[in-house]
Design a protein around this ligand. Structure first.
Ligand code: F0G
Length: 445
C-alpha cells in the first residue's frame, strides 16, 4: 500500500507542536513528514495478506479464520492453545488477570511500558534484570537484550514466593531493540525449573530476535529462522504477542500456551475483556492476515532486508558522529540523548527535547524512551530517571525507502551540528497517573 506523505514549513511545525503541547503523540499524522514514532501496526501488508482479508470468515463462533490462525501459531511457535486479542497489551491484560496478584514480583529484561503498566496497575513490581552492558551505548555486545543470570537468581532466591513467572521480551525493545541469545534463554529455563517458575515470552519481535541468533550466535548459522523460532519458544510456557510488529498487521495480538487449564482460566477474562474465545477482539479477516503475516514475518529474506535498512540508518548516523546504541537494534535506531545533549539536565526531559528538535528540523517524528516513559515510582510518586535517555527512530516494515533514511539522517545531523545552541528543555504541565507519556502536556522550560 502506498500512502501520500506531506511536507511542511518550520513555521507550521512550530505552531503545530506548540498546540500539541510538545507531545509527538498528540500531533495529527498529516503534520508529520516521515513517521518513525513506532513500527507497531504501521507496516505495509502484502498482496497475499490483502487477499486473505477478502476471504475472512466473520462467523461469531468457530470461524475458519480462527482455525487458520491457530494452525499458523501451532506450526510456527509450537504452542498448542491460543487466544486471539485485539493487540499486545490486551493479551497482557487477559494473562495477567490470571497470573499476577498484588505484591508479586516479576523479573525480566526491561519490561515494555504496557507490560510494566499492567503489572504496576495490579500493585505488583517489575524488576529489570537486563545485563549492565545494555546501559552503556558504546559497548558492542551481540546480545544486549540478555538477562543477567545472577541478578535473576538473586530475585528468585530472595522473593521466591512472590514470583509468578519470569518474562523475557524478544527483542528487548526498551534497551534498544537488542536481541536475547539462545544460550541465555536456555539458562533462564534451567533457573525457572530450579525454582518452579513459568517462563513467559513477550514475543512482539520474536522473528527479528531469531534473525540475530542466526547471524550472531555460534551454532545457529545453518539453522533456518523457523527452526530457531521453534527452539526459542521451546524454552517458554506461554507467549504474549503484539501481532502489529512481526506478524506485519495493522491490529491484532494473541496469547499462546501449552497448558490447557491456563487456557480455560484465561478464557474467562478473554470473554469479559476481548470477546468470544474464537475471535477475541479481531475480525475474521484480521485473523487471516495475521496467519499469513506470521509466515512472511519469519522469512529470512524479508528479515534481512528489514534489519539491514535499520542498520543503514544507524550507520549513516554513526558516520556523522551521532551517538547511538551499539550495535544497531532490530526495529529502530536509538540515539543516545545524554551524549547528544550533555549540557541539558535530565529534569528537563532531554530525550523528548531532542525528539522535538528533530520534528522542528524536518517533520520527522521519533519517540522518547526516557524519563517521560519511565513514569513516576508508583509508591513514592517521584520521577524515575532511567540510566539511558534515548530517542528511538523506529522503522515501519515495508514502508520507507533508504532515500527516506537519508533524509532522516541529514535532518538529525543538522540538529547535531547546532546541538550547543539547544539550551531550553521541557517541563510537565499535566500528566496521567499511569503511562503518562501518551497524553502528557509539556511546555518549554
Ligand atoms: N511488548 C512489546 C515489546 C512492545 O513493543 C509492545 C508495543 C507491546 C508489548 C504492546 O503491544 O501495542 O500491540 O498493545 N510496542 C509499541 C512500540 C507500541 O512502539 O514499541 P500493543
Amino acid at each position: 500500500m502506498v500512502e501520500t506523505i506531506r511536507k511542511s514549513t518550520r513555521e507550521e511545525r512550530e505552531k503545530w507542536i506548540k498546540e500539541a503541547k510538545y507531545n509527538l503523540f498528540r500531533l495529527k499524522s498529516e503534520y508529520v513528514f516521515i513517521d518513525l514514532l513506532t513500527d507497531s501496526g504501521t507496516g505495509a501488508m502484502s498482496d497475499r495478506q490483502w487477499a486473505e482479508m477478502m476471504v475472512g470468515d466473520e462467523s461469531y463462533a468457530g470461524a475458519s479464520s480462527y482455525y487458520k490462525m491457530q494452525s499458523a501459531i501451532q506450526d510456527i511457535t509450537g504452542f498448542e492453545y491460543f487466544l486471539p486479542t485485539h493487540q499486545g497489551r490486551a493479551a497482557e491484560n487477559v494473562l495477567f488477570s490470571v497470573l499476577v496478584k498484588e505484591g508479586n514480583i516479576i523479573p525480566g529484561n526491561s519490561h515494555f511500558d504496557t507490560t510494566k503498566g499492567h503489572i504496576e496497575f495490579r500493585k505488583a513490581f517489575a524488576v529489570d534484570c537486563t545485563i549492565n552492558e545494555a546501559f552503556d551505548t558504546t559497548i558492542l555486545h551481540p546480545f544486549k537484550g540478555n538477562v543477567d543470570l545472577a541478578k535473576l537468581e538473586e530475585v528468585l532466591k530472595s522473593h521466591n514466593d512472590q514470583v509468578p513467572f519470569i518474562i523475557m521480551t524478544l527483542t528487548n525493545n526498551s534497551a534498544g531493540g537488542q536481541p536475547v541469545s539462545m544460550e541465555n534463554l536456555r539458562a533462564i529455563r534451567k533457573i525457572a525449573d530450579k525454582y518452579g517458575k513459568l517462563v513467559v515470552i513477550d514475543a512482539a519481535r520474536f522473528a527479528e530476535n531469531a534473525y540475530f541468533v542466526k547471524v550472531r550466535e555460534t551454532g545457529y548459522e545453518h539453522k533456518s529462522i523457523r527452526e530457531i523460532v521453534l527452539e526459542t519458544f521451546s524454552y517458554a510456557d506461554i507467549m504474549v504477542m503484539s501481532s502489529k510488529k512481526d506478524a506485519i498487521v495493522n491490529m491484532g495480538g494473541f496469547i499462546a500456551m501449552r497448558d490447557k487449564e491456563l487456557h480455560s482460566k484465561a478464557s474467562v477474562f478473554e470473554i469479559m475483556f476481548e470477546g468470544y474465545i474464537t475471535y477475541g477482539g479481531l475480525s475474521g479477516r484480521d485473523m487471516n492476515a495475521i496467519a499469513q503475516g506470521l509466515y512472511e514475518g519469519t522469512s529470512f529474506d524479508f528479515l534481512e532486508s528489514r534489519i539491514k535498512q535499520v542498520e543503514y540508518l544507524g550507520h549513516l548516523l554513526t558516520d556523522f558522529g551521532i551517538p547511538v546504541q551499539q550495535p544497531i537494534g532490530g526495529h529502530a535506531v536509538f540515539v543516545d540523548a545524554k551524549r547528544f545533549l550533555p549540557n541539558l539536565p535530565k529534569e528537563k526531559f532531554l530525550a523528548q527535547t531532542l525528539a522535538i528538535e528533530l520534528y522542528l528540523e524536518a517533520g520527522v517524528r521519533g519517540v522518547e524512551i526516557g524519563a517521560l516513559l519511565a513514569d513516576r515510582d508508583p509508591v513514592t510518586r517521584e520521577n524515575r530517571y532511567p540510566t539511558l535517555e534515548l530517542l528511538r527512530l523506529t522503522i515501519p516494515r515495508r514502508v520507507y525507502t533508504n532515500n527516506h533514511m537519508d533524509v532522516v539522517a541529514v535532518a538529525l545531523k543538522n540538529v547535531f551540528d547546532r546541538r550547543h545552541t539547544i539550551k531550553q528543555g521541557l517541563k510537565i504541565i499535566a500528566e496521567a497517573h499511569i503511562m503518562r507519556h501518551f497524553t502528557v502536556e509539556l511546555d518549554l522550560a
